[in-house]
Write a protein of this length. Structure first.
Length: 232
């Protein structure tokens, strides 16, 4: 049994064991591996996001939170490298750090042979990207968007004017090679586009956004489309 298949089977066995859990020794016997290997597999599942609990002592063991399971990971080496390349080439994209962490979780549960091939292939893909906005600024903008809270920014426009504004984030948009925050500007009482690299400071307030929608922005730039998980 390949490691990826074993990890999936292991997560399903833990799920079926419910609140009773299973000891590492029992899991090792079930899959014909050593206790050490089972514990390494459990660590990999946990790093991959599986909500594994452990209970020490006699009668203890390992279990998976009710309702949780881990789908099988069957990426090829090229698919894994494609994900790494996409994130590495766009470090200033919204939630890029979270994407990198997610890819690492996927890599952690690949079978050793595929992981080794992916690592070798990744060394053949080089990227050179321009410096992006500070991590603190991007984190604040990302948090404000995800939580739908007003973000206070210090912003310098293309004509050199610097202002402090409260903005209700609506959309992140990439246009002409730059990322923009599009949102309702409370200073101008209108929808505005803010180039992220021109934001000098950003602070997430406790104020909730007022419910402005994407439809208020108007037509997106030519060729622009939402990101999604479906291939086209």
């Amino acid at each position: 049994m390949k490691r990826a298949e074993r990890l999936h089977a292991l997560s399903e066995m833990l799920r079926r064991s419910g609140t009773r859990g299973s000891s590492a020794e029992r899991l090792a016997r079930e899959f014909g591996v050593s206790v050490r290997t089972v514990k390494r597999d459990l660590d990999a599942l946990e790093r991959g996001g599986a909500p594994i609990w452990s209970r020490p002592g006699p009668g203890g063991g390992y279990g998976l939170a009710v309702g949780a399971s881990l789908p099988p990971v069957n990426l090829s080496a090229a698919q894994a490298v494609a994900l790494m390349a996409a994130v590495s080439a766009a470090p200033d994209a919204p939630y890029a750090d979270l994407a990198a962490a997610g890819i690492q979780k996927v890599l952690d549960v690949l079978d050793p042979r595929t992981r080794a091939r992916a690592d070798e292939l990744a060394g053949r893909v080089w990227v050179n990207t321009a410096p992006s906005a500070s991590r603190a600024i991007r984190s604040a903008l990302e948090e404000a968007m995800a939580e739908q809270r007003v973000v206070r920014i210090r912003y310098t426009s293309s004509n050199g004017a610097t202002t402090t504004r409260d903005v209700e984030p609506v959309v992140f948009a990439s246009t002409n090679g730059q990322w923009c925050l599009v949102g309702w500007c409370r200073l101008r009482d209108a929808m505005r586009w803010f180039t992220v690299s021109r934001v000098e400071r950003a602070y997430v307030t406790k104020m909730a956004c007022g419910g402005h929608t994407i439809h208020e922005i108007g037509e997106p730039p030519e060729g622009a489309r939402p990101v999604h998980g479906r291939g086209e």
